[in-house]
Design a protein around this ligand. Structure first.
Ligand SMILES: C[S@@+](CC[C@H](N)C(=O)[O-])C[C@H]1O[C@@H](n2cnc3c(N)ncnc32)[C@H](O)[C@@H]1O
Length: 284
């Protein structure tokens, strides 16, 4: 079964996910725990992680598309780093509403926000971007990475770049409730499209006390071959690929948050790759 023969089920999965993300956007903008640094972003701080800042390259004067931008804190950062245009796209209307409000409060003119499905990004944002930026917790919400890779290619100009960073596919195999010193495999490494991982988690990863009214989500674990294979098929060439022993969120409860805001495993743990990042250029 592929996406062409099964759009109703995708529509149902994504509609449930969208309700969940609307709830989370309302929770995250309140920023009870400071996880999203909303007030700091509004005041003008650039909140990308040190890994992203070291790898993303010079943004001066570039047109940047931030796909799955959530409440826009990182889109604002892209504008502050010199992008001539930072266009955020997200399918959650509440996330887009908060992102626009945050941009207005920050006084930044270079960031704009569009609501819609990432698969429709070329139609929604237009093409000709210099850089597509995809960070932390994005592709696990997508059932079809071929469609995603085509959409990323569709927003870029020929020779345009993709910068990607997310949780490492190896880490994602593990049950986050297990001990980091002795992690337990919780999932198959490649979720079939037809059988998403269904979850009913009623609290958000930002650690706030708020309950999520629509807890049901549908997610997919994508192995390295699926992510890179889809991008190669869409005409990308890999420029670099890095693995990191640090992550933007607390995957295991006993991870330790450093002064740089990144979470790491406690001493004595088996060393695991926690995040991966890569740059790719559209050659076609
Ligand atoms: C974990 S957040 C990404 C956070 C973002 N990287 C940041 O640091 O601000 C995932 C986002 O993906 C969005 N999303 C999920 N599925 C989507 C889809 N099919 N199209 C567009 N956005 C989607 C959600 O609304 C949510 O805002």
């Amino acid at each position: 079964m592929n996406d062409e023969t099964d759009p109703p089920r995708r529509a149902a999965w994504f509609a449930a996910n969208r309700r969940n993300w609307d709830d989370r956007a309302d929770i995250h903008i309140r920023d009870e725990t400071g996880f999203y640094g909303v007030e700091r972003a509004a005041r003008g701080e650039t909140l990308l992680t040190p890994i992203e800042l070291a790898e993303i390259g010079d943004l001066e004067g570039l047109r940047v598309a931030h796909l799955q931008c959530h409440i826009g804190t990182d889109t604002l950062a892209l504008a502050r780093l010199g992008a001539a245009e930072a266009a955020g796209l997200d399918f959650s209307p509440r996330a887009i509403l908060h992102a626009r409000d945050l941009a207005r409060r920050s006084g930044l003119s270079g960031a704009s926000f569009v609501e819609g499905d990432v698969y429709e990004a070329p139609a929604l944002l237009g093409g000709g971007f210099d850089l597509a930026f995809v960070n932390w917790g994005a592709i696990g919400w997508l059932d079809d990475l071929d469609l995603w890779a085509q959409a990323v290619a569709g927003v870029l100009k020929p020779g345009g770049r993709l910068y990607f960073i997310d949780g490492h596919p190896t880490l994602m195999l593990f049950d986050g409730a297990s001990a980091p010193e002795d992690p337990r495999v919780g999932f198959d490494y490649a979720t079939p499209r037809e059988t998403p991982l269904v979850s009913d988690e009623d609290s958000s990863y930002d650690g706030s006390s708020a309950r999520i009214a629509h807890p049901r989500t549908h997610e997919w674990l994508h192995p390295v071959s699926r992510v890179l294979g889809a991008l190669f098929k869409a005409g990308f060439r890999l420029d670099f690929l890095h693995e990191h022993e640090a992550l933007a969120w607390r995957f295991f409860p006993r991870m330790i948050r450093g002064e740089d805001g990144l979470h790491r495993l406690p001493e004595g743990s088996k060393r695991l790759p926690l995040a991966w990042s890569f740059g790719a250029t559209l050659t076609g």
